[in-house]
Design a binder for this molecule. Structure first.
Ligand SMILES: [Zn+2]
Ligand SMILES: [Zn+2]
Length: 260
């Protein structure tokens, strides 16, 4: 297995996970042209993908998914809540009927995409029915967790024993408190249905079985309320590794292929 990011943050998210000949994109928060351009950077084109799993309806994850899928004839998987909450889908289907390219998934039921097994799990976040994912090939597992206000025991069960983790480190609590956001937005981002602070990500990581862990990448960093070195330090403190070992999913560049 291997995985790569096309970019991560409030300006747009997309991750590609591959097992054997099967590849899915997790979220698509970029325009069609931008997604094509970013895919080319990791040596892929849309035809290499089986489809897109959309974790929730927020624009930085969902806005590009349906346009990209329509342009390239791909499938899209999302929960019923994400489907119904997506304004894009209502606009294109005239009343919220399921879009023909969309397969509705159960937030607790794993499904197969070729050689990939995709296991969704629900997360507390201010969307209608958000999920995050563990993607595996039957032997190895890549855990993806962004856009979560607070961890749960179920989240920790799902992410335990993963070989690789892409883990939200959205903000530094001090920087958020002292930063430029208005009070309501600080409350939303830092609240139990918002985004994960560096310290909360570190606590979550500390609660996991990390015995198989070979990759940790911090993701969805705020450009106003965080700095890569703070996210790295928080996670490295738990892992007992050098800070540079912790990867960063950059907004502009994501990160290149990592072999699991
Ligand atoms: Zn997001
Ligand atoms: Zn979100």
């Amino acid at each position: 297995m291997r995985f790569a990011s096309l970019g991560s943050g409030s300006g747009g998210n997309a991750l590609v996970v591959e097992a054997g000949a099967s590849r899915v994109m997790v979220d698509c928060g970029f325009s069609v042209e931008e997604t094509d351009r970013r895919l080319a950077r990791i040596g892929l084109s849309a035809g290499d993908l089986a489809g897109i799993v959309v974790t929730h309806e927020h624009g930085d994850h969902a806005d590009g998914a349906i346009p990209f899928a329509r342009r390239h004839g791909l499938r899209v998987w999302m929960t019923h809540g994400t489907l119904r909450a997506s304004g894009t889908l209502r606009a294109t289907t005239g009343g919220g009927a399921p879009d023909p390219v969309v397969t509705v998934i159960d937030s607790h039921a794993p499904f197969a995409v070729g050689d990939l097994e995709v296991a969704p799990f629900p997360v507390p976040h201010d969307a209608r029915e958000p999920v995050q994912l563990v993607l595996g090939d039957g032997v190895r597992r890549v855990g993806v967790l962004t856009d979560i206000g607070a961890s749960t025991r179920h989240v920790e069960t799902m992410l335990s024993g993963c070989d690789a983790l892409v883990l939200e480190c959205n903000h530094d609590e001090r920087m958020l408190a002292d930063g430029p956001y208005p009070g309501w937005l600080k409350a939303r981002v830092g609240g139990p249905f918002g985004h994960l602070a560096n310290t909360a990500a570190a606590q979550l990581l500390a609660a996991l079985d990390r015995s198989r862990l070979r990759h940790v990448v911090a993701a969805h960093l705020s450009d106003k309320n965080n700095r890569p070195e703070l996210a790295r330090a928080a996670l490295a403190g738990v892992l007992g590794c050098a800070a540079e070992w912790v990867g960063i999913a950059e907004q502009a560049t994501g990160f290149g292929w990592r072999e699991v």
